[in-house]
Design a protein around this ligand. Structure first.
Ligand code: ATP
Length: 569
């Protein structure tokens, strides 16, 4: 497949808003890709080179990209910089200068998709002395053969700024449509994705041997997408929903998924990024387990031996950042509370009932760093309330109730797990919202250049973001400075393509960060688009920021559907 075809379709996608239309354009493109091209195409559409757990960082510096554009087009760097200053988009800048190229390269030929992908991979992975010059050369070579529209996407991609606004749900729909003309295979594809977290691999398997999707298997070192909990407001509601169930403490730490095969161990975060290097102490404990192959999950918390108490999530992460990893693991030892097991010595345990999985866990992780989570069988609301109160008095967040008969539900929010959390003011729970833009500060805040955030939810039925709140409180001075810096790095000259909005912030940003937000109640407002009906959307009253959730990706934000449920409609 020629890269020009993909670039043309990316251009069409950028111009439209409807998810159905987007799905059709992508389906068409996927249909045309060969089996050895489809994974490259899927990754490129997502603005990635490989799944996040492979840890490949895009993000070539803008200065280097300017240099490559200059070398390739023969225009001086100063012209390129001043055009970039005006347009705010180096992709558009590349497009402009490639169309006004001063010299034609002798080697120019039509770019193949796989060639572009391989070159981008080389740009992302070259390291060591001289690697910056090498990256500039790879990029200018690519631009030598690129048409103006190809140059736009190549440059945006290598900067880590490809913003097509195509989410995983749209890609899954498009894969199904590419084969059957409808979404009938969407669920099977999604289940496969949930077991391996690698959309490129799913697409390739689907293209080569569609039947394999049905019997997709868990593989060690391909992280499973995490099971998610529903929320209910009282012990009575939980018992009514689940009946006799298992109730565990809910630890406010860092979720880890641990994989081991022989002498190899990898540890993944909730966002499915490789975190092994951060947890040498946990790795050592996993290596000493008497099992050759295992996948399990737990919540890691730093433990204060002297005071016999756990540090909070913030403290746990802060300690890890502030001190060297080795030093931190000695000074603030971690404990991982194991709450699930998906694989054991050749056996897929994720399909077993929770009751069976818990028995396996109790047999493997009695004590030490790897610790079975505390939990009890519960039949009556009064006992559940007692466990909840104990958890709160121990400084924990609440409890998790689990359906004894349910298998592990990868990647989905189902009533297999129900969380009951301590309340924040009048409200039972918090919302995890996506940052969509920020306001410049007025008055005392002018010195920080930051006055608040515009945040939203993800509507997974429409595949679009929707605004829900303008947050003006909850920030420390340090956080305001940090947020401005962080957000300036991802600012956009226009609203994100996959956002529905009524109000505008001073600066739009690429949806990338999630914040946890407390609020007093959910109301309706014409200014917000979350679940908008009859001119009014859902809005958070008195929203305040609690913390940045850097363990969550944008599609892990609270969904519009959950907001509707929380609002009781
Ligand atoms: P979610 O994961 O549901 O999107 P979240 O990340 O904001 O939400 P919570 O709402 O606090 O987290 O609840 C789910 C999280 O609780 C899990 O992702 C896991 O990290 C953590 N957790 C703590 N203790 C347990 C436990 N015993 N069983 C399962 N999860 C637990």
């Amino acid at each position: 497949m020629l890269f020009s075809l993909a670039a043309q379709r990316f251009h069409e996608i950028e111009k439209i808003r409807g998810r159905l239309e987007m799905t059709d354009i992508l389906a068409d493109l996927f249909r045309m890709a060969l089996p050895n091209e489809i994974s490259d195409l899927v990754y490129l559409t997502k603005g990635q080179l490989l799944p996040p757990y492979k840890g490949i960082d895009l993000g070539l510096g803008e200065r280097f990209a300017e240099e490559a554009i200059s070398i390739s087009t023969g225009h001086p760097k100063s012209n390129i910089q001043s055009y970039f200053k005006k347009s705010g988009d180096l992709g558009l800048t590349a497009e402009h200068f490639v169309s006004e190229r001063k010299q034609q390269s002798l080697s120019s030929s039509e770019l193949e998709l796989s060639y572009v992908y391989d070159a981008m991979l080389k740009i992302a992975t070259s390291s060591g002395t001289g690697s910056q010059q090498l990256k500039i050369r790879y990029l200018s070579d690519l631009l030598n053969s690129a048409t103006p529209i190809e140059a736009r996407y190549i440059v945006r991609f290598v900067l880590g700024q490809l913003r097509l606004g195509v989410g995983d749900p749209t890609i899954l729909d498009a894969l199904s449509v590419s084969k059957t003309g409808d979404k009938s295979l969407r669920n099977e594809l999604e289940n496969a994705y949930n077991l391996c977290s690698d959309l490129g691999f799913v697409a390739k398997t689907f293209k080569e041997t569609p039947d394999k999707i049905k019997e997709f298997q868990i593989e060690i070192f391909k992280p499973i997408r995490p099971a998610l909990a529903e929320r209910l407001k009282t012990p009575e509601e939980i018992i009514k929903k689940l009946g006799r169930c298992f109730v565990e403490y809910k630890y406010d730490g860092f979720r880890l998924m641990c994989h081991k095969k022989g002498k190899e161990v990898e540890i993944y975060s909730r966002k499915l990024e490789k975190m092994t290097h951060m947890f040498p102490d946990v790795k050592k404990a996993i290596l000493s387990l008497p099992h050759d192959e295992i996948i399990f999950e737990g919540e890691a918390l730093a433990f204060n031996k002297k005071e016999d108490r756990f540090y909070s999530f913030q403290e746990t992460m802060h300690r890890r950042r502030k001190h060297g990893i080795k030093e931190a693991s000695l000074k603030y030892p971690l404990r991982v509370f194991i709450f699930d097991i998906q694989y054991l010595d050749g056996r897929n345990t994720s399909i077993l009932s929770f009751k069976q999985r818990r028995e396996i866990i109790e047999g493997i992780f009695p004590k030490g760093i790897l610790h079975t989570s505390d939990g009890w069988i519960v039949e009556k609301p009064a006992k559940l309330r007692k466990i909840f109160d104990d958890a709160i008095s121990k400084g924990l967040e609440g409890v998790m109730a689990k359906d004894l008969n349910s298998p592990y539900v990868a990647g989905k929010r189902k009533f297999a797990w129900v969380k009951l959390k301590k309340s924040y003011g009048a409200q039972m729970d918090t919302v995890d919202a996506v940052i969509l833009g920020y306001y410049k500060g007025k008055g005392a805040r002018a010195i920080f250049g930051f006055g608040g955030l515009l945040v939203g939810t993800y509507n997974n039925e429409k595949g679009r973001f929707e605004t829900i709140a303008k947050i003006g409180t909850g920030f420390t001075e340090q956080e305001m400075e940090m947020l401005r810096e962080m957000l300036d790095r991802i600012k956009l000259g226009h609203p994100p393509h996959d956002l529905d909005y009524e109000i505008k912030p001073d600066v739009w940003v690429k949806p990338l960060y999630i914040v946890e937000v407390a609020f007093d109640e959910i109301t309706r407002s014409p200014s917000h688009t979350c679940g908008k009906k009859e001119g009014k959307g859902y809005a958070l009253r008195f929203p305040r920021m609690i913390r940045i959730r850097d363990d969550k990706g944008i599609y892990d934000s609270t969904t519009t559907k959950e907001i509707k449920r929380m609002a009781g409609s």
